[in-house]
Design a protein around this ligand. Structure first.
Ligand code: NDP
Ligand code: BG6
Length: 487
């Protein structure tokens, strides 16, 4: 999986918030793997920035601990660790003030003519001060890149304001808005499956597809993010970004090229074609309650009266020629039975069965694209049950799991950040959201949320279950059912 790497040019990656959780848990390990696989050159520099810190040696020690915590021992050798840590530098800087920028400039100036990428691994209120600080200190030329992480606003108005602030200092082609779901291996595989094969695309429409299900189920709760999450909820935290992005890639028309604006133009068309929810009951909000050893959402959020949803299920339509009449069912939630993310394409039944009813009816085909765990793609097909028992029909799974399909063992699946950070360095924006996409996603999200009564408590569901009963009803009333969130 990780053997075909094209090395990138030497670069300077400046990570604002380098001592924080995201940087230590995701970015540092991702960069280590890129160095280990020969993609990141030893001459690249990762310059950590934060207010507090004892300098480069202390930062290297912190990063070394992050490698111990997040890299499996089989992938962590002493030589690689040494090589990786020697790429790290640290500059103490409060992004809201004026001091420290000179030191950063001096360090950057020791290497000229290389890609500079500024990664904002800090709270969103710092995005604008950092962008202006970079400009004021003259650190970012026309080729510099900035990387921003969600939350990219909490509604359309704030997303527009953020786009405007970033746009005051950087051009759109310099702004990399991360949705880490786009960096997941199987998500990219969805595009290969659809657009590098003739098999599926002719069937990829309302004539052959009965409905689409997109599930992102988590078994974790809100994990110490209580006060923040309680102001956000599942709709803003997960649907506005990750689930809508998955929907876009599933529903979009083939772009003319696999090229940033061509792909993003097609995704934008899908977002603009999202229908308003037809009925109030097309959205089900849920909140987990205590069960077994698990605490309730309200205990986790430390808000005994919270009406914030930790689960949401939706039934929506995409109003265009290809998808007219095909429901898309989306659901996501915390403290569910298991961690499962998948896109399920349920094809229609055959128009007529030629087989006798005693042998069983043909089942409709199901294409399941699993993002996690066990990344891979399965296609269920109806076959004859082997043996001399007459024409009896049964289901079988064609399993296109990576290790099977590639005929070589998959050593490990690269984390989404590995791909995304290298794409920033390469200057490839294909897997990053454009400003207008983010705004279109917020416009639809705001419309859905505005239909909710904030005084109404979400439907309770047991921690460790598959979500509230009403979410099951959302599909049952259409004569359909969710795929099980299997243990
Ligand atoms: P943390 O609170 O763990 O880290 C924040 C970092 O910012 C620290 O290094 C902190 O160091 C630094 N910082 C804070 N204030 C300043 C300042 N004025 N000047 C310079 N540096 C400053 O946050 P996370 O790492 O969890 O999150 C960072 C961003 O990424 C947030 O926007 C978050 O929403 C987003 N995100 C996080 C994810 C995660 O998994 N953690 C996932 C997706 C998005 P110091 O205090 O020493 O200055
Ligand atoms: C983040 C959300 O964007 O994605 C979290 O803010 C969520 O609430 C996380 O837990 C899920 O990401 P993954 O990659 O673990 O599925």
């Amino acid at each position: 999986m990780v053997s075909h790497v094209v090395p990138v040019e030497p670069f300077d990656l400046i990570v604002f918030g380098a001592t924080g959780d995201l940087a230590q848990r995701k970015l540092i390990p991702a960069l280590y793997h890129r160095l280990a696989d020969g993609q990141m050159p030893d001459t690249a520099r990762v310059i950590g920035v934060a207010r507090s810190g004892e300098g480069t040696e202390a930062f290297r020690a912190l990063a070394s601990a992050a490698l111990d915590a997040h890299i499996t021992p089989a992938h962590l050798t002493g030589d690689l660790r040494r090589r990786f840590l020697s790429c790290l530098e640290f500059v103490a800087l409060d992004v809201t003030g004026d001091t420290g920028w000179d030191a950063l400039r001096q360090l950057l100036d020791t290497q000229e003519n290389r890609v500079r990428a500024f990664y904002m691994s800090v709270a969103p209120r710092f995005f604008s001060p950092i962008a202006h600080g970079i400009r004021k200190a003259g650190l970012g030329g026309p080729d510099a890149r900035i990387v921003v992480e969600k939350p990219l606003g909490h509604d359309l108005a704030s997303a527009r304001a953020l786009n405007q602030h970033l746009g005051e200092c950087f051009s759109e082609h310099q702004i990399y808005r991360i949705d880490h779901y786009l960096g997941k291996e199987t998500v990219q595989n969805l595009m290969a499956l659809r657009f590098a094969n003739t098999l599926f695309e002719p069937l990829w429409n309302a004539q052959y597809i009965d409905h689409v299900q997109i599930t992102v189920a988590e078994n974790v709760g809100i994990e110490g993010r209580g006060p923040y999450y309680d102001t956000i909820g599942a709709m803003r935290d997960m649907v506005q970004n990750h689930l809508l992005q998955l929907l876009c890639l599933t529903a979009m028309e083939p772009p003319a090229q696999f090229e940033p604006d061509a792909v993003r133009d097609e995704k934008l068309k899908v977002l603009k074609a999202l229908e308003p929810l037809a009925h109030k009951s097309d959205a089900v909000r849920g909140q987990y309650r205590a069960s077994g050893k698990s605490r309730s959402y309200r205990e986790d959020a430390e808000n005994p009266d919270s009406h914030t949803e930790s689960f949401v299920a939706l039934r929506l339509g995409v109003s265009n020629w290809r998808w007219a009449g095909v429901p898309f069912y989306l659901r996501t939630g915390k403290r569910l039975r298991n961690r499962v993310s998948e896109i399920v394409i349920q094809f229609r039944n055959v128009p007529h069965s030629i087989f006798s009813p005693e042998g069983g009816a043909p089942h409709s085909n199901v294409l399941a694209i699993r993002l996690q765990p066990d990344e891979g793609i399965t296609l269920s097909v109806t076959i004859k049950d082997p043996g001399p028992g007459g024409m009896r029909l049964t289901d079988t799974q064609l399993d296109m799991s990576f290790s099977e399909g590639l005929k070589r063992p998959v050593d490990r699946m690269p984390d989404a950040y590995e791909r995304l950070v290298m794409d920033v360095i390469r200057g490839d924006q294909t897997l990053f959201m454009r400003g207008d996409e983010v705004e279109a996603a917020w416009k639809w999200t705001d419309m859905v949320i505005s239909g909710w009564n904030p005084q109404e408590a979400p439907h309770p569901y047991d921690a460790g279950s598959s979500g509230p009963e009403d979410a099951l009803m959302l599909m049952h009333r259409d004569g359909r059912r969710w795929r099980e969130i299997a243990i």
